[in-house]
Design a binder for this molecule. Structure first.
Ligand code: PRP
Ligand code: URA
Length: 210
């Protein structure tokens, strides 16, 4: 089993992430930056999409050229904060189908509580990329993947912005075959399950709720 976790070390990603971490970054700028990083995340996480050959006619000749093979991807956003990444991912993958899983962390136990689940009917024929900016304890992501596996998607991957080492380990203990692509692997979790140095509560910062 692979237990893969790739960190995108592109200078543009690191620069934009630094701007987002700054507590003075206003919601309007935070949203803009997460959308820009999401485009690059989408590019990285789709690197190994399968291709097939199609015959086309250019204005000059007929060629066999590569096109994406199989059904369109499905992006699954973990609400709420996943929607902040979703918009940028859809900029690069406009034909993707979209599912939503509503989860929130119980502030005492840090367990993930599900309140919504809606994915495409034919998800078993699609590759799924789960999007959620924060992988902290991994309780939310682990619950989301466990739930999605009931619907047997063809392949599952994860795209996130910040991950904590403890969360990556816990997640791969449950789902070792699901690869993670993240913009940064931070130092550790604090006693409240927040990522350090982190960027605070992603949902609050995206939606300006606190
Ligand atoms: C945040 C984040 C993840 C989760 C990560 O959501 O978007 O889903 O926390 O933490 P975990 O790895 O410890 O589970 P939150 O529960 O704050 O809900 P929200 O997106 O609705 O704000
Ligand atoms: N959820 C967040 O939004 N931020 C963290 O640091 C941890 C969980």
């Amino acid at each position: 089993m692979s237990k893969s976790c790739s960190v995108i070390d592109h200078p543009l990603v690191q620069h934009k992430l630094t701007l987002m971490r700054d507590k003075r970054c206003p919601a309007i700028r935070f949203r803009q930056l997460i959308r820009e990083i999401a485009v690059i995340l989408a590019y990285e996480v789709t690197r190994d999409l399968p291709l097939e050959a199609a015959e086309i006619e250019t204005p000059l000749e007929t060629i066999s050229a590569p096109i994406l093979s199989g059904k369109k991807l499905c992006l699954v956003s973990i609400l709420r904060a996943g929607n902040g990444l979703l918009d940028g991912m859809l900029d690069l993958l406009p034909s993707a189908r979209v599912g939503h899983i509503g989860l929130y962390r119980d502030p005492e136990t840090l367990e993930a509580i599900e309140y919504y689940y809606k994915v495409p009917d034919d998800i078993s024929e699609r590759q799924v990329i789960i999007v959620d900016p924060m992988l902290a304890t991994a309780n939310s992501l682990t619950a989301a993947v466990t739930r999605l596996k009931d619907d047997s998607p063809r392949q599952l991957k994860v795209a996130c912005l910040l991950a904590a080492p403890e969360g990556v380990k816990a997640f791969h203990d449950s789902h070792p075959e699901v690869s993670i692509t993240t913009a940064a692997l931070d130092r550790q979790l604090n006693e409240h399950g927040y990522i350090l140095p982190g960027l605070g509560d992603a949902g609050d910062r995206i939606f300006g709720t606190r």
